[in-house]
Design a protein around this ligand. Structure first.
Ligand code: ADP
Ligand code: MG
Length: 411
């Protein structure tokens, strides 16, 4: 088995992805792992309140790869970063993750006090076949983010094989995500395989109609995504804060709504060239303040008063977006439709998420805040795929090479 997107890469405009991304990668299924020490880079960067994990999705998502290796008789050595510690910082210890992982696996998971050095080595040597060990936060060493070759070699020396299953950090060339793959034979885990399958298929070989939905706060950050998606989609829905730069480009008054001044011209060009594919809000929920108790009004999107701002799409817009989503075969969504974190402005994002849940299309959600929104509405399980990698999925959608994946062995 391998990640299969070479076959459509040529014909369907994967031209921008370089060869390293278009080549299928070996996966954990290709490993002869029995009795072998296998270093697995996971994304255990979970939200914590004190030492309580408030959302363990990233741990649960890693289970298939860990179970597969343990059942194959490997000595499983897990590593991850957590947060942005400056040196060794106890509040960024992976201890809560080791505990939760042990509960989920139904067997103890020891935490080595360091990810390299004598304590890590001793913990690895004590591992039996099928046992699982977690190394302490790799970012306790600043060499991790510098992709320091000596540090990468120390990490690699703990193991004989390497598995990358941390999609969320695959866009970063760090020692544990990229450096080690130049020393140990590296393959992808099931999570990365799944991410590439859904994101890759959506971009390369989508069922049609293919509907892209973009929202969120900034046009600037997502210009390359717009450029990448436009030629591939049948419809591009633009909502959220991003929509106002486009509405402005149409000559509308947008009041105090989010505006990316420097991209009005870009938006105008996109509308002129591909306007027939683009759906913009026709009504907008406006307010004078972004608070949980704000008063709101719905107005036409070309009639936003100068002292108001647009904070969500209106009901007529949602109804139209919903129809398009229900008629789609593939829907790819990145960026909330409004300030969904606050009750007065959540309806548009909730409605789009619900439409995707109700649609029979393949539905894919990428982007950290979009994934959080879908989770907040309890609809994650209704989606075909919710990408765990915010930045990584965005870079993938932009057509960029993810170094943590490029460094893995070709199938
Ligand atoms: P993602 O993380 O899914 O890629 P972004 O980071 O681009 O999404 O955008 C998410 C943010 O956009 C949210 O915090 C949301 O409150 C904000 N947002 C959405 N619509 C608006 C709006 N109309 N005005 C201001 N902020 C908005
Ligand atoms: Mg975000």
């Amino acid at each position: 088995m391998f990640i299969f997107f070479a076959e459509f890469s040529a014909s369907l405009g994967f031209g921008k992805l370089n060869d390293a991304m278009a080549t299928p990668k070996k996966t954990v299924r290709d490993l002869q792992a029995r009795g072998k020490r296998v270093l697995v880079r996971c994304d255990f960067n979970v939200p914590l309140e004190g030492s309580t994990i408030t959302d363990d999705r990233r741990i649960r998502e890693a289970l298939p790869t860990i179970r597969h290796l343990a059942e194959a008789g490997a000595r499983v050595i897990l590593c991850s970063h957590l947060g942005r510690p400056k040196g060794v910082t106890p509040e960024f210890s992976l201890a809560p993750v080791a505990a939760r992982l042990g509960e989920l696996l139904g067997k103890p998971v020891n935490l080595a006090p360091d990810c390299v050095g004598p304590t890590a080595k001793a913990a690895v040597e004590a591992l039996g076949d099928g046992e699982v060990l977690l190394l302490e936060n790799v970012r306790f060493h600043p060499e991790e983010e510098k992709n320091d070759p000596v540090f990468a070699a120390e990490l690699a020396a703990l193991a004989e094989l390497y598995v990358n299953d941390a999609f969320g950090t695959a866009h970063r060339a760090h020692a544990s995500t990229e450096g080690v793959a130049h020393i140990l034979p590296g393959v992808s885990g099931f999570l990365i395989e799944k991410e590439l399958k859904y994101l890759g298929e959506a971009l390369g070989n989508p069922g049609r109609p293919f509907v892209g939905i973009l929202g969120g706060a900034k046009v600037k950050d997502k210009i390359t995504v717009i450029d990448e998606l436009l030629p591939k989609v049948d419809h591009l829905i633009i909502g959220g804060g991003m929509a106002f730069t486009f509405l402005k480009a149409k000559g509308y008054e947008i009041g105090k709504s989010l505006l990316d001044e420097s991209n009005i011209e870009y938006a105008a060009k996109v509308l002129a060239e591909s306007g027939d594919k683009i759906l913009l809000p026709t009504d907008t929920v406006i307010t004078t303040e972004l608070t949980d108790t704000a008063t709101t009004q719905v107005v036409a999107s070309d009639a936003i008063p100068a002292d108001h701002m647009g904070a969500d799409i209106g009901p007529a817009t949602l109804a139209r977006f919903r129809e398009v989503i229900l008629a789609a075969k593939t829907v790819l969504w990145n960026g909330p439709m409004g300030v969904f974190e606050m009750t007065p402005f959540e309806a548009g994002t909730r409605g789009v998420a619900q439409a995707m849940a109700d649609s029979e299309a393949i539905t894919i959600v990428g982007g950290g805040d979009s994934a959080a929104a879908v989770d907040q509405f309890g609809l994650s399980d209704e989606m075909t795929h919710v990408s765990t990698g915010g930045g990584a999925s965005l870079e993938f959608l932009e057509g960029k090479v993810l170094p943590g994946i490029a460094a893995l062995q070709d199938a």
